[in-house]
Design a protein around this ligand. Sequence first.
Ligand SMILES: [Fe+2]
Ligand SMILES: [Fe+2]
Length: 470
Amino acid sequence: MSNINYSEKIPNNVDLATDRTLQRALEQWQPHYLQWWNDMGPHDFAGNEAYLRTAIGVDAQGWASYGHVKMPDYRWGIFLADKTPDRTIGFGDFMGQPVWQQVPGEFRSQFRRMIVTQGDTEPASVEQQHLLGHTCPSLYDLRNLFQVNVEEGRHLWAMVYLLHAYFGRDGREEAEELLTRHSGDVDKPRILGTFNEPVSDWLSFFCFTYFTDRDGKFQLKSLAESSFDPLARTCRFMLTEEAHHMFVGDTGIARVIKRTLEVMKELGTDDPAAIRRSGAVDLPLLQKYLNFWFSSSLDLFGSEISSNAATTFANGIKGRPDEANFEDHVCKEATFDLDTPTGRESVAMRNAMNEIARVGYVKDCEIGLKRWNMQIKRAGHGTELTLPSTRFRRNIGTWANVPADPQGGILSREDYDRRIGDWLPNEADRAHVKSLMQRVVEPGKMAGWIAAPDRGINNMPADYEYVKLN
Ligand SMILES: [Fe+2]
Ligand SMILES: [Fe+2]
């Protein structure tokens, strides 16, 4: 047994220093994690110091402590948000009873599957972004990429902690499996579709952090309602970190638009070909990327009508995002109306929980769109970016494989196949985006397709040496 100073090496608020069983499990797992990080995490850059925030506590000072650190030395910690005294179950069949500090035996496999599915997305996204560092548009962006990566690593730790601490041997086995599935792997892919899509350019990265990390926000919000208190508290703390990931996407896309508008002004035209020749991203091209990542992320919520969702709600495993905003927390009699390809259908509310979460998600996605459109309008242009219909390009649920256009109109399969290249990035689009991906690493300098950020990280100047490359 090694002599590790646990609070130093693994910052935590779960009393790791006194829990021998947990120490043993983590000591087994940690070298495998580091091996995974070296193989699948950011390619290169292991020897470079990046200006990163590390969570060393859950209070206002502790959760974001900044400093230059080499990523393999990052202190991945284990934090749960503070306990809410006398917390009771807030929804489902056990509503009003005290929350659970241990997993009830009868719900053990449901909880385990839920934690594994959430946990699987965290390392998946790191794998998807494996090579992005090579083509960073600035040191500021490179730092943000690494921040997102190390925090997704920490989120994996958070889920592995729950598996180790509450699920015994099965939990330890699942924790190992989380390191052996890989994004896009033919034989052992990640569990959910979007997390097997390559993120090989920065436009995709910004869309991913805007749309897919936002799905994460909604899943975490649902799990933060859970009756299993350690899971709820873990997810509540993860949400504080997730906000930055969505900020990276939101401001990343806004900066791309800003630069495009500058180029349009310089050229005096909105002709996509001319904008591309000037080395920027034309707005129709951006729209295609939005279409791709939004539609892909919608599937992550699961089927509109789901008996599985009904069961996890009834059993108090997973609530709705912001459960407190709803009036009826039991939903035994209530119904929900939804659109299906055969018309309007009224279903039991409990069976519609996935759809209710998705509706909230779509609303949240619209906020950025409004801001970006305002930016475009203020520059004197009529183009509006939009979210495609939730019927568009679905692979899961009632709209799966229905040939719908981005406005939600139903087409013949033939028409759909013929026009899909107008709606999603085609080969020429991807080739153009790829051609823009040139590495820029001089402090303060930006690639030609993206504007500088309004401000730096943690009040540092924009030309700060966010990553030390020498
Ligand atoms: Fe995460
Ligand atoms: Fe994230």
